[in-house]
Design a protein around this ligand. Structure first.
Ligand code: PEP
Length: 253
């Protein structure tokens, strides 16, 4: 962590919980984190729970994110959700390009970029996910993959818009596997991303950019990860599904 950057901890609930269960989780979480003032807390329920969770967190220090959006404004795109719909449901953030979307739903650097630009145009704050596969890491190509994903995702994004973006580094081999990147391994890629953003924009833009780590973050390993200078928060899957464990994560020391 760097004192200049405000940490951001987000829970990605993925395709879990009905709206009733989601409301219950949010309501239990709020009193556990209500005293947290020095970091951003974000919940990303599934689309059908957005409005319910928005009501549960109204007036609190917890913000709402969607897990995806479509890049067109509206129209004949059966099954898709627009930025306007997300804003109307109370979203502030939107997760874009999660590795599960890339892996199972054919998202590419190009579609990720279209979504990033649509989110920015409409006033949503993108949490842009990047990360290498295990085979890519083993082949020594992690940096190349991250370089390509960052270049692709940020095409046409201005320096001013970069202030609205959060990057989440999520090595695919660490997501939901219980295998966390070591704090040094994670920080190395975070520093690489910051250097890359510095080269694309300015040192100032790179300095302010918040980069979350994601991949089997738990209350047990969060503090060591967050102690690293280029890690500014966490994107959390499994451990965000229980109020106590997510609260323990959010309140890391
Ligand atoms: C994620 O899906 O973004 C994630 C990091 O999941 P988990 O924490 O379960 O590894």
């Amino acid at each position: 962590m760097n004192a200049k950057r405000r940490p951001i901890i987000a829970g990605n609930w993925k395709m879990n919980m009905t709206a009733t269960q989601a409301r219950d989780l949010a309501s239990k979480l709020i009193p556990l984190v209500s005293g947290v003032k020095d970091r951003d807390i974000v919940l990303a329920p599934t689309f059908t729970s957005l409005q319910t969770v928005a009501e549960a967190i109204k007036g609190t220090n917890v913000a709402l994110a969607a897990q995806n959006l479509f890049w067109e404004d509206k129209g004949a795109f059966t099954g898709e959700i627009s930025a306007e719909m997300l804003l109307d449901s109370g979203c502030k953030y939107v997760i874009i390009g999660h590795s599960e979307r890339r892996q199972y739903f054919g998202e590419t650097d190009e579609t990720v970029n279209k979504k990033v630009r649509q989110a920015l145009n409409k006033g949503l704050l993108p949490i842009v996910c990047v990360g290498e596969l295990l085979s890519e890491r083993e082949a020594g190509k992690a940096n190349n993959v991250i370089d390509r994903q960052i270049t692709g995702a940020l095409k046409g994004v201005t320096a001013a818009e970069m202030q609205k973006i959060v990057i989440a580094y999520e090595p695919v081999w660490a997501i939901g596997t219980g295998k966390t990147a070591s704090p040094d391994q994670a920080n190395e890629i975070h520093a690489f991303i910051r250097q890359k953003v510095k080269a694309m924009y300015t040192a100032e833009v790179a300095d302010w950019l918040r980069i979350q780590y994601g991949g089997s973050v738990t209350p047990d390993n969060v503090s060591q990860l967050m102690a690293k200078p280029d890690i500014d928060g966490a994107l959390v899957g499994g451990a965000s599904l229980k109020p106590e464990s997510f609260a323990a994560l959010v309140t890391f020391k």
